[in-house]
Design a protein around this ligand. Sequence first.
Ligand code: ADQ
Length: 485
Amino acid sequence: MPLKVLSVASEAVPLVKTGGLADVAGALPAALDQQGIAVTTLLPGYPAVGAAIGKAKRLHKWDALLGEPAQLLSAKIGAHDLLVLDAPGFFARDGNPYSDSAGKDWDDNWRRFAAFGRAAADIASGAVKKLSFDLVHAHDWQAAMALAYLRFAPFGSGPPVPSVMTIHNMAFQGWYDRKIFGGLELPKKAWSIEGVETYGGVGFLKSGLQLADMVTTVSPTYAREIVRSEFGMGLEGLVASRGDRVRGIVNGIDTKEWDPQSDPALAANYTARSLSKRKANKRALEEHFGLEKSDGPLFIMVTRLTWQKGADVIPEVLDHLVGNGGRLALLGSGDAEIVDALKAGAARHPGKVGLHFGYDEALSHQMQGGGDAILVPSRFEPCGLTQLYGLAYGCVPVVSRTGGLSDTVIDANPAALAAGVATGVQFDGVHYHALASAISRTVELYRQPKLWQKIQRNGMGADFSWARSGAEYAAIYRQLTGEKA
Ligand SMILES: Nc1ncnc2c1ncn2[C@@H]1O[C@H](COP(=O)(O)OP(=O)(O)O[C@H]2O[C@H](CO)[C@@H](O)[C@H](O)[C@H]2O)[C@@H](O)[C@H]1O
């Protein structure tokens, strides 16, 4: 019998995505299947999820799940085994999973995602006939309360199922005022520093970190960084106290979705041996972004426009980038201030800087397939996926040396160039000078076509499949289920 894992995630490709969490929650099950592990993913029943699954089988019903009627639906989408928490009072809303159409977080997010956790814990502790799981894997704060309910208020009285908590981003913690505690329907004993109490309120992510049998994060470097206050965001002490129960496993990418040889979004498909075909993609990008046609270096960026991603430094560096013969195509959405500063910068450089605000999956593929280099100047980055897509597509990553960016890109320093292993450019610190000098270095490399192609090919040949990381998760699952057996 394969090990059965309940993966609890608030978003997963191909059904609903606002960021990298969805890519990982969507891709990991197939990798684990290769390891003989059967993953079922529990998702909230947002409108898009309901529409995708259509008429689904009902497995369970709650008259009042933290106050709202709910049912559990079962569906299969492609190879994905899904459980969907259909609770219209919580999830049948316009906007994205966390905020309304105007971008404002829903006031009752604590209740929505506590209910999600409550449902996950019920499922994992035997409330649903015919469903049983050997382990629960919760992703980020939206799923973390599953572990609090499992510990303090499981459905049955059987042995507790082991658990893994994965941090995709420590910056989002789900912290709420203590007055919500009553609404969580947890026993009083959960209100303690060993339970959900966090700096006088309720901490969702903190509860998961405290209570999980194993904590993972999405790169080894980030796992080491989050014991320091600059990265731990207040939870560094707790992370440090968990010692070797905190591991870093670098993300892979879905190499079927992200394959330049077969990607239907591209004007021209190509491989590491036919890089010259990328030119057609570059022309298509220039067209889309209203850029002058040129064979000079075309930088791209695909990102949330936030402080984390260093997007605020881009407007400052535009003059330098353009002055060095570069052009920039940027796709993103986020902070209004950054949007305004980018617009002002682009207005100074018509034909050289093109902006597309919003979220566009197909365009993000086209950009990786036609751009020469992708800028990823993150202040912190648990793993980062866009640099991995860049590597796979021969769009050379230019990254700050932090978190997963450190672990996945080999800087084109003299030693790496001499050894023929460089895959990108790294720089230290996220500020004008660091980024400007990284851009200059990149342009210099680009102007040496043989060397540049070598860097592109090295990246395209790197192993960023899920196979290796899948094996690491599988080893953790086996260790934990063995420990509890
Ligand atoms: N405007 C836009 N249009 C189209 N696509 C867009 C887009 N903006 C972003 N994307 C896409 O969204 C994803 C973002 O991935 P990141 O790794 O940058 O993750 P994010 O910070 O969301 O997630 C967190 O979780 C992931 C997963 O573990 C970690 O890699 C990361 O470090 C951590 O911060 C990529 O697939 C990217 O192409």
